[in-house]
Write a protein that binds this ligand. Structure first.
Ligand code: URA
Length: 237
């Protein structure tokens, strides 16, 4: 495999930003094949060199997986001439080839998976896979039993086919109601169109989970972290 800079390798493997990694190198926390690392620029072969970080081996992983708490106001794209994208939130130290696995509207917040693993993204997003997605929403007005039933039956939202059955759970009912909604598809503006089909309107929307992946509640809007080994195993199984 071709050699890469040690600081890039460590940052790509989730050991921190390039500057955090440089700091760790200065503090002598990194060894390459048993010898203290020389510099951030030192070239290493990720597959054959043995790198220890804080005395623990750093194993090469081909793909990167990040969980982002998408804030409102950024778009789910890799680049854009005018708008800020979700990838802009990661700064310049990100592994190459990252893209958002799925889309959230510009004004939607919450869980977005960023990866460069195309096969996984395909599996998660394929319409036939029906991966569950759960959202927290604030809806205009009170939620009635009829609305819950309409969601459960599947709704006509102007597409060729009605939606699959969805679960609408009321958290609080009032002039602005709070709910959780689970859908099994990923149609364009799906939650907003389903809300409109039952005579209400989405005032706020945040994705809480996608398949086995749950948004880490410690991540504020705009914050992200690498997936844990356990989260990766659940997604990739
Ligand atoms: N449904 C919507 O209407 N918007 C989103 O961003 C996600 C689901």
């Amino acid at each position: 495999m071709k050699t890469i800079r040690l600081d890039k390798f460590l940052a790509d493997m989730g050991k921190g930003s390039r500057s955090q990694v440089k700091q760790a190198l200065k503090q002598g926390m990194v060894t390459v094949n048993g010898a203290a690392a020389q510099s951030p620029e030192q070239k290493i072969d990720p597959q054959t060199d043995q790198i220890l970080y804080d005395k623990k081996p750093v194993t090469y992983q081909r793909f990167a997986y990040y969980m982002l708490n998408k804030p409102a106001g950024v778009i789910s794209a890799t680049e854009d001439r005018k708008e800020r994208t979700v990838l802009d939130l990661l700064g310049s130290d990100k592994p190459s080839g990252l893209f958002p696995a799925g889309r959230l509207d510009k004004d939607t917040e919450g869980l977005l998976l960023l990866t460069n693993d195309g096969a996984l993204a395909h599996r998660l997003l394929h319409p036939k896979k029906h991966v569950d997605k759960t959202y927290y929403a604030k809806l205009e007005g009170s939620i009635t039993a009829e609305m819950i039933e309409a969601f459960a039956n599947g709704l006509s939202i102007g597409d060729e086919a009605p939606t699959l059955p969805a679960r609408l759970t009321v958290l609080t009912n009032g002039p602005v109601s709070t709910v959780e909604i689970t859908i099994h598809e990923g149609r364009y503006h799906q939650i907003k169109r389903m809300a409109e089909a039952v005579g209400t309107k989405v005032l706020y929307l945040k994705r809480l989970s996608m398949g086995p992946l749950r948004l880490d509640p410690t991540l504020g809007p705009g914050q992200y972290r690498a997936l844990t080994e356990e989260e990766k195993a659940q997604l990739l199984c």
